[in-house]
Design a protein around this ligand. Structure first.
Ligand SMILES: *Cc1c(COP(=O)(O)O)cnc(C)c1O
Length: 386
């Protein structure tokens, strides 16, 4: 066995050789800065943050958090099932459920912890999970942790999903079809109605990860209401998301029937065995949800910015606020990111293994906080380097 440092150095050298090593850079933002960020010691306009609605530094989130901090203290003190279920959870969960028309909601420590808890609570050895090829890494981690068989269908390819269901559904006890609603590195949207229909036809539960959809008017006929309880035709059984992106705070949540939530409270291990969120975080998240409802134009403005970028560059029309500029090799993506940086704009290069080999890219995230002038400057800069 090599010594520990040799072991790590060897792995790091291999990553360096392929431009795949990742390092931490300091990112600092003033609370009142809309999209300006100090990264690596220099100031940029950021197109790299997930603060899609510009709520992260909103004075109302900050004061809600401050009040909760003063009233309830810094930490939850225990897991929610013990004594950590402080008074801000109930209104937060009620709001989430009401916003999406679900019977019930359950808030977890993060989006990652939500998937890591929900999927293994429901799926076991002898079951099968069908997941889109491009789902977020935490869904794959959760599927592996569950012990169920994992089958991947080609991205948004319903014919392939149906073929896999036909061939493999019957061998297993329970089945789950899981997809991102908005894909985190591609910005496109899953055909949820078709997925719900296939779930019904082949007796599989369905689950959508809405980490990038909350508060954004993701359009057309493809999204469906998450609530089977409402009886509104086809629906996704399990809807999850995060409070860490467009809600500008932190935490994850799952929505579904009351029975599902009751079951998860006692069975999802990342819920049972982890401390509750700090009260201030819940208070800020609740304030964010209220703003989302009162100011729906935030979401439509962010989407309009993304559409403007894709139209100007002749790319397929943006379906969400995420716009990928696929460049191929990690080197090309890094060079494009550097060229934007030289113009004062931050767009991080996304490389394998986050995206498949050969599809390294710039991932642009547009926000309601961007001005039209900032979006036009981005377009001009991209025209110069693509
Ligand atoms: C970011 C993300 C998560 C994880 O959410 P966190 O709250 O950041 O842990 C889960 N799923 C998808 C699709 C994501 O993009």
């Amino acid at each position: 066995m090599p010594n520990l440092n040799e072991h790590c150095a060897k792995a790091l050298n291999a990553l360096d050789a392929n431009s795949l090593r990742r390092t931490l850079r300091m990112s600092a933002r003033a609370a009142d800065a809309a999209v300006e960020i100090t990264y690596d010691g220099r100031k940029y306009t950021s197109f790299a943050c997930n603060d899609y609605l510009g709520l992260r530094g909103d004075a109302r989130l900050i004061s809600a958090g401050q009040r909760a901090l003063a009233e309830f203290g810094a930490g939850a003190g225990a897991s929610r099932l013990v004594t950590g279920n402080h008074p801000l959870y109930a209104p937060l969960e009620a709001k989430l459920a009401a916003m999406k028309g679900a019977e019930a909601a359950l808030v977890f420590g993060s989006g990652y912890l939500t998937n890591l808890g929900v999927i293994p609570a429901l799926m076991n050895k002898g079951d099968v999970i069908f997941a889109d090829k491009l789902v977020h890494a935490c869904i794959i981690d959760a599927a592996q942790l569950s012990g169920a068989r994992l089958m991947r269908f080609a991205h948004n390819d319903m014919a392939h999903l149906e073929k896999l269901l036909k061939e493999h559904r019957e061998d297993s006890t329970n089945a789950l079809i899981v997809t991102d609603h908005v894909f985190s590195m591609d910005g496109d949207v899953a055909p949820l109605t078709e997925i719900a229909v296939l779930g019904e036809k082949y007796d599989a539960w369905t689950m959508a990860d809405d980490a990038h959809g909350l508060g954004i008017p993701i359009g057309g006929t493809r999204a469906v209401a998450p609530s089977p309880a409402r009886g509104e035709g086809m629906a996704i059984d399990i809807w999850m998301g995060t409070l860490s992106k467009s809600a500008g705070a932190y935490g994850g949540y799952v929505l579904g029937s009351q029975r599902l939530i009751d079951f998860l409270i006692t069975s999802a291990r990342s819920f049972v065995f982890s401390t509750g969120l700090p009260p201030a975080v819940c208070a800020s998240a609740l304030a964010a949800l209220e703003i989302m409802q009162a100011e729906p134009e935030r979401g439509s403005n962010a989407l309009a910015h993304a559409r403007r970028v894709t139209e100007a560059l002749g790319l397929p029309l943006a379906q969400s606020v995420i716009v990928p500029i696929v460049l191929g090799t990690p080197e090309r993506a890094l060079a494009a990111s550097d060229a934007l940086k030289a113009k004062g704009m931050l767009a991080v290069a996304i490389r394998p293994p986050t995206v498949p080999p050969g599809t390294a890219r710039l991932r642009l995230a547009l926000s309601a906080a961007h001005t039209d002038a900032q979006v036009e400057a981005l377009i001009a800069a991209l025209r110069g380097i693509l």
